[in-house]
Design a protein around this ligand. Structure first.
Ligand code: FES
Ligand code: FES
Length: 163
C-alpha cells in the first residue's frame, strides 16, 4: 500500500511517498541517493546493508520502510559530525580496516552501536558483535584491531586518561 512515511534521516526530517512494503535499503539508495548502505545478500545475513534505527543496528535489505516511520535513521553518510569523522571511522583509516570497502559502512555502524552501548568493550565482545558482518576481503583482523583501539581509548577516558 502506498503511503507517506515520515522519518528523520541523518538528523534531518524526511518524508517519502512509496509502497510501505518496500525495503529500506532501496529507499535509501534509489529514492534518496544514499549509497553507503550496500546490497550484499539481500537476506539479512551479511550485514553490508546495516544502518541504525534509533541507534540500533538494522539490516535494511529486509526491513520495510514502514518500520522506520517517525524514527531516526542513521546511515554511514550521517556518522561524521561537522567534518570530523566518528572515532570508529578514524580508527578504520588508521588501522587499514578495509580493502574493497564494501563491508565497511555496515562494519562501522555496527561497531559504533556496540561502543555506544558498551564503551570499552572487550575484543571478545567486539568479535562476537561483528561475527555476522561478513568481509569477503579478509580484512576482519584489522577491522577488529580498529574497533578495539577505540574501545581502549574509551577505557582510558573513563579512567581519566587522554582518548
Ligand atoms: S544485504 Fe542485507 S544483510 Fe546482506
Ligand atoms: S573490505 Fe572488502 S568486503 Fe570487507
Amino acid at each position: 500500500m502506498k503511503s507517506s512515511i515520515p522519518f528523520r534521516l541523518n538528523g534531518r526530517p524526511t518524508s517519502i511517498d512509496t509502497d510501505d512494503s518496500r525495503k529500506l535499503l532501496w529507499v535509501l539508495r534509489t529514492d534518496l541517493g544514499l549509497t553507503g548502505a550496500k546490497y550484499g545478500c539481500g537476506a539479512g545475513i551479511c550485514g553490508a546493508c546495516t544502518v541504525l534505527v534509533d541507534g540500533e543496528t538494522v539490516r535494511s535489505c529486509i526491513t520495510p520502510v514502514s518500520a522506520v516511520r517517525d524514527k531516526e535513521v542513521t546511515t554511514i553518510e550521517g556518522l561524521a559530525h561537522d567534518g570530523t569523522l566518528h572515532p570508529v571511522q578514524q580508527a578504520f583509516l588508521e588501522h587499514g580496516g578495509y580493502q574493497c570497502g564494501y563491508c565497511t559502512p555496515g562494519m562501522i555502524l555496527t561497531a559504533s552501536a556496540l561502543l555506544s552501548e558498551t564503551p570499552g568493550a572487550s575484543r571478545e565482545a567486539i568479535s562476537a558483535r561483528l561475527e555476522h558482518n561478513l568481509c569477503r576481503c579478509g580484512a576482519h583482523t584489522r577491522i577488529l584491531d580498529a574497533v578495539e583501539a577505540v574501545a581502549h581509548a574509551q577505557g582510558d577516558q573513563s579512567k581519566g586518561g587522554k582518548p
